[in-house]
Design a protein around this ligand. Structure first.
Ligand SMILES: [Mg+2]
Length: 382
């Protein structure tokens, strides 16, 4: 039996290429928790757990993710079979409530290790890829309309992106709608324009906002109101033609079922970290498909590592009608992968190779790591 021998975690702080202005925080650095699992046959798997803006986006912080892994998840898994990924997922779900991003980081490393030992990409473990590339959006979040327009036009010209998501919700609804209208007018039919409010609006704000956004030619609004306002989401979904997407409201398959049953979204933003791993994300996808909803491959602005893992799963999905936003590596000043993820012709390519299809650049890891890393080992004879 191939056992789980060691689990190492470390925190990486990587600068972003510009300030990323969100309704709840401005990011100038992205912090990723890296996990390395070493197996008894000498094989290794890598994973990542990343959130947005420290504790301003969700309930898990990078430091909390690392602590949950080393204090609770690793001791439960050390000495167990490395090939029994489902068994590991079920055990950890029984022992540990919530902490989905921490669970995801370890699960990715287990899938990666299994794929490498079998000589297969992780997509094959989910039945096989049906796409070799997927459309990829870019987020305009400089906080300035002129800068955003220049950035959008450059992206269209270089054929990198023709789907733009605008981060709004920090200013008044009126100012935000005017900002979106200016950008849509500048890009015209050459690009799709969408917005993410990151829960910043009340229902009253959202009624005005959706009306204005719709008139401006914006196609989709992501999480306009707080995650728990399911009835407000249902009213907005029913009341306007513009598509309403659930993001913060979707923390795993149970939420997906409730949102679908409440008719509280047109589209699911599926995030592997927020779902609790690749397996749980595949369940969120299945619920969205069964409910006839649109699907979108979301990101927590992860590095190339977790982006590669997400691509392995999303490549197996029949129809991601709204594409993906897996541009995380492009927001960072440097990629931490030896062979960066490829972006071209408005798409992101599914990485080739075994496991998640990603290898770390050891010099970059050494440069960006916050501390010395922490390693937990299996007790001999366990
Ligand atoms: Mg979002």
């Amino acid at each position: 039996m191939t056992k789980i021998d060691q689990i190492e975690t470390m925190i990486l702080d990587i600068p972003t290429i510009r300030g990323h202005v969100l309704s709840m925080a401005t990011m100038r650095t992205q912090t990723a928790v890296l996990v390395k699992v070493r197996f008894s046959d000498g094989s290794e798997g890598i994973g990542e757990g990343t959130t947005i803006g420290g504790l301003s986006y969700g309930a898990e912080s990078p430091e909390g993710i690392q602590s949950a892994i080393e204090t609770y998840i690793a001791p439960a898994l050390l000495g167990r079979s490395g090939d029994d990924v489902n068994g590991a997922i079920q055990l950890i779900d029984k022992l540990i409530k919530g902490n989905r991003i921490a669970k995801t980081a370890v699960e990715i490393a287990l899938w990666d290790g299994l794929g490498k030992r079998l000589g297969l990409p992780v997509s094959q473990l989910f039945g096989g890829a049906v796409h070799d590339r997927l459309p990829v959006a870019w987020t305009l979040a400089s906080g300035n309309s002129e800068t955003d327009i220049a950035e959008a036009l450059k992206m269209i010209e270089t054929r990198r992106h023709n789907i733009f998501k605008l981060k709004i919700g920090k200013r008044s609804v009126r100012e935000d709608v005017a900002h979106v209208a200016r950008i849509k007018e500048a890009v015209g039919d050459a690009a799709s324009v969408r917005v993410d409010v990151n829960t910043a609006w009340s229902l009253q704000d959202a009624r005005w906002g959706l009306k204005g956004l719709q008139d401006a030619g914006c196609e989709l609004v992501e999480q306009p109101v707080p995650a728990r306002y399911r009835r407000a989401m249902a009213e907005l979904t029913k009341g306007y033609e513009i598509a309403v997407m659930a993001d913060e409201a979707l923390n795993g398959p149970e939420d997906a079922l409730e949102v679908a049953a409440a008719l509280a979204a047109d589209v699911f933003a599926v995030k592997i970290g927020q779902s609790g791993g690749l397996k749980r994300a595949s369940e969120v996808i299945a619920i969205g498909q069964a409910a006839g909803l649109g699907l979108y491959g979301g990101t927590m602005l992860e590095t190339g590592l977790s982006t590669a893992a997400a691509l392995q799963l999303f490549s197996t999905v029949e129809d991601l009608a709204w594409g993906t936003e897996l541009f995380g590596p492009l927001l960072l000043t440097e990629d931490i992968l030896a062979d960066p993820i490829i972006y071209r012709d408005f798409c992101v390519e599914i990485p080739k190779g075994v496991g998640i299809g990603a290898a770390l650049d050891p010099d970059k890891i050494e440069f960006f790591r916050r501390d010395g890393g922490r390693t937990m080992k299996a007790v001999v004879g366990e």
